[in-house]
Design a protein around this ligand. Structure first.
Ligand code: ATP
Length: 288
């Protein structure tokens, strides 16, 4: 049709050519379509769209949202930051909740890194960290969103979240401290250093969830020497975790860390010499 148009053909001829062209397409389509009885109601479910606006960009989430093989509903905003906007969503079939994190145009690499690190931690069976189930493009507007992604995480931390470990009852506090230390040691043993450590602590159970691995780094294998940058990242990670532990927990800290180190050594998995020195210095361990 466009070649007829370009060739300067009269509008009457163009019109009949267009009709003939459309008939060749529409007639076969009509022939293959399913006949609908006149009394039947055709229900077309329009997706609902939820939209938020931040300085870093907009986030528009359709309901339903398709993510890999999952049909997800009812996005509820959990929070946002430099890495992205974070939502809870519910899966259609199982009613199970998941977390969707959308990057900003400027934070896509960090969010891709977050998913990569979380998948490594899952492979290494690290406990109390989010699991990254997948990554897919986030594109609502090709001009602004071409570089953005979204990742699917679990679990959603439910119930009231404690502002700090000091707000927990003594029993729950000890439980949380032990969980935080074990997770830190498992992360170290997986050769990862976390920057800007963030944990969600359940006020009711003391359960811990480490979130936000956008700035975490996978380090050189423990058999190779660490660069100065890697040493600094490691020492920063251990210091950040140490600063989260309330006063009065020194005996518990020493016991948990020493026991972990002994268990690692007896199972033939050795923490690097640099990590052992950091643990000794930070947690004042005599035994290791
Ligand atoms: N699994 C989760 N369950 C419940 N709430 C969550 C979960 N993950 C994140 N959140 C909430 O969303 C907020 C933002 O998440 P996150 O820290 O991952 O985003 P970010 O943009 O990377 O933040 P930052 O600016 O610290 O880099 C958190 O502070 C927390 O309140």
């Amino acid at each position: 049709l466009s070649s007829i148009h370009a060739g300067g053909v009269s509008s009457r001829i163009r019109c009949s050519c267009a009709k003939a062209f459309l008939q060749t397409i529409l007639v076969p389509l009509a022939a293959t379509s399913v006949a609908i009885p006149v009394h039947a109601e055709v229900v077309v479910k329009q997706p609902t769209v939820y939209a938020w606006q931040w300085e870093n960009g907009a986030v528009v989430i359709p309901d339903p949202l398709l993510f890999a093989d999952k049909v997800l509903h009812q996005p509820r905003l959990l929070g946002s930051g430099g890495g992205g906007a974070v939502f809870a969503v519910t899966q259609d079939s199982s009613q199970r909740s998941y977390v969707v994190k959308t990057s900003w145009a400027s934070s896509t690499e960090s969010i891709e890194n977050e998913c990569r690190v979380l998948q490594l931690l899952e492979e290494k069976h690290v406990t109390n960290v989010e699991r990254c189930l997948g990554i897919q493009p986030y594109v609502r507007d090709v001009r602004t969103d071409a570089r953005r992604v979204m990742i699917l995480l679990e679990p959603v931390m439910k119930g009231p979240i404690a502002a700090s470990l000091a707000d927990l009852s003594p029993h729950l506090q000890s439980r949380s401290v032990e969980m935080i230390l074990k997770t830190m040691l498992e992360i170290l043993s997986a050769n990862v250093a976390v920057t800007d450590v963030q944990t969600l602590v359940s006020q009711e159970t003391g359960d811990i969830l480490f979130i936000d691995f956008s700035e975490a780094r996978i380090l050189s294998p423990s058999t190779e020497p660490l660069s100065f940058m890697e040493q600094a990242l490691l020492s920063n990670f251990v210091q950040e975790v140490s600063a989260m532990i309330p006063k009065g927990q020194e005996a518990l800290v020493s016991r948990v860390v020493s026991q972990f180190v002994k268990e690692q050594e007896s199972s033939g998995k050795h923490l690097s010499a640099h990590t052992l020195i950091l643990l000794e210095e930070q947690f004042l361990l005599d035994e290791i």
